[in-house]
Design a protein around this ligand. Sequence first.
Ligand SMILES: *Cc1c(COP(=O)(O)O)cnc(C)c1O
Length: 418
Amino acid sequence: MPMSQAFKDRLYPHLPAIVAHYGTPFHIYDEAGIRETGRRLKAAFADIPEFREYYAVKALPNPSVLAIMQDMGFGFDCSSITELMLARELGAKPDDIMFTSNNTSAEDFAAAAADGGCILNLDDITLIDKVPTMPELVCFRYNPGRRRTGNDIIGKPEEAKYGVSHEQIVEAYRLAQARGAKRFGLHTMLASNELHYSYMVQTAAMLLELVETISKELGITFEFINIGGGLGIPYLPDIDPLNIEAMGEEITALFVDFKDHHGYCPALYMESGRYMTGPHGALVVRAINRKDIYRTYIGVDACMSALMRPALYGAYHHIEVLGKEGGEMETVDVVGSLCENNDKFAVQRPLPRITDGDILIIQDSGAHGHAMGFNYNGKMRPQELLLGKDGVVRMIRREERPEDYFATLTFEEKILNL
Ligand SMILES: *Cc1c(COP(=O)(O)O)cnc(C)c1O
């Protein structure tokens, strides 16, 4: 089921007032829902001696939402300089930040090392010589190649640009050790929006096995394994959610077994984005046009600048029309105003009959939604609101305005005479 009944109960009765106060369009996020998911995640892994989620900042990089993650004891997974700045601005300490960059630049390394540093997750063996100073604690991202299958969004591991290959992985730790690293972690990220929890269990098993191999070769122990993000959410109605409790139980059993054999076990880290916030956000828009040509088009007041996933991946986002549940249905395309025919929130979707002024709730926009938006065609991104657990609705980002779009045209003159 896409949006939970609890979120609907908190939101729908108040939506007319929220729309009247803030105007459309907006993304709105549900603090109570985010906290409930965080609580369930922690509970599922409570029997592992040390478990920590590092929220993947790119999924919803809004400080107000990141502050909720921090309050739940989570760290942050960052992969750009601005994401590092966001985390540090919130007061995140070096141990609270995992820096998982790829195609890493000298500037990235400098930013990662600034302010006391962070947990550095290296994406390639050649980067060992490029880290200005090797931190005491280092981690590598492992790419198993053909040993694992990926999934549709992220692709096959052997075709993915990420990580250190199986053949290089032991050597990578040997070289890092030679450059002074003393503490170690191991990371991977193989799937995206994966709903089968056993895939994640296999990933944990794979990393624990690799820890064993590397430990034997080099005589080092590992402080943590990080199984990445990629936990899925059901975008389609009638799909079962990922069974986080079963995932927790089976991974805990792997850790118990590891501890029995080795006398210690590493911590378990995870860096979920989508799973934490995806279902707890919705994009609320208003229908402004109806067009009947070869198909019926419902034009709304937002476009793919607010939510790219349908256009990028053909992704399904469930849509409801406020106050029209159970009404007469018709099949329509729900479209934005961008000059791209894939600027559609829904294609040939049965929906209640929509008239101008109706409010549409485009669900599951809480991860990779606002954050992914772009300004192509001069389109602006909408405001973001947070429905607090105290029942207060706060604006946590204003809408973009033309002056934002034009801001980069104001600069000190620079010319080069050739
Ligand atoms: C995108 C990303 C994540 C989060 O992925 P979700 O599918 O949102 O859980 C975690 N780690 C890395 C390295 C990523 O690139």
